[in-house]
Design a protein around this ligand. Structure first.
Ligand code: DX5
Ligand code: ZN
Length: 217
């Protein structure tokens, strides 16, 4: 399947979210990546469900909600009525990931599990069957504009092997990569098994249409 692009709207001028949503639509992207931060799981505080709803109303692009929150089981349900395409929460933030994934899927929403750079990929082995995708963090969550962590390459190879095992067992699993994605590393990422590229600063700090083309090529 062709590479899908999910621009992180956090990197847009935040007083102009409507314009940013329209820009993402005009650039032909598959998703709008919404970075929900609660000031606990990560230091910053960004959007909640109400601003997410306001962004959604500005375009027809599917939402890809990335919950960087300490209590995903409390926060995730607030997004069900919006029917985003994806809701992702962090492995590090919950002790019952399968239960929440099942709840999300029961809403007809794809369930994603996000993995911080400090969490071994092997931690996913016994829960992966409950998920539609892995949001592989190539930076530590909290801010856009950080540098891609080089040790991610080894971790990604491990995750690709896990994805292939899932496919062999007849389950569909996608890999989404988030953090420091640009034209410099996109090719190696997609060759390494990535299906969805999240990109914030790279896409918003230049001609988005042109840069989306570069990420796809
Ligand atoms: C970080 C967020 C990312 C970030 C990506 O906590 O989850 O989605 O905004 O931005 P760039 O592409 O600039 O690293
Ligand atoms: Zn994100």
């Amino acid at each position: 399947m062709a590479t899908q692009i999910s621009p992180s709207i956090l990197a847009a001028p935040l007083a102009h979210l409507a314009a940013a949503a329209k820009q993402i639509e005009a650039a032909g992207c598959e998703y709008i990546h919404i970075d929900v931060m609660d000031g606990h799981f990560v230091p910053a505080l960004t959007f909640g469900d109400q601003i997410t709803a306001a962004i959604q109303a500005e375009s027809s692009v599917a939402l890809d909600v990335h919950l960087m929150v300490a209590r995903p089981e409390v926060e995730a349900p607030k997004y069900y009525a919006l029917k985003p395409k994806i809701i992702t929460f962090h492995y590090e933030a919950t002790t019952a990931p399968i239960r929440l994934a099942e709840q999300i899927r029961a809403q007809g929403i794809r369930a994603g599990i996000a993995l911080n750079p400090c969490t071994p990929v092997s931690a996913l082995k016994d829960i992966i069957h409950a998920f539609d995708l892995v949001l592989f963090m190539s930076i530590e969550p909290g801010f856009y504009g950080q540098k891609f962590i080089e040790s991610s390459w080894e971790r990604l190879a491990e995750l690709k092997a896990l994805k292939e095992r899932e496919h062999a067992a007849g389950r569909r699993l996608e890999i989404e990569v988030d953090g420091g994605v640009s034209d410099v590393n996109c090719r190696r990422l997609t060759e390494g098994g990535v299906d969805i590229l999240v990109s914030g600063s790279y896409l918003f700090k230049g001609d988005m249409k042109e840069r989306v083309q570069k990420l796809r090529a």
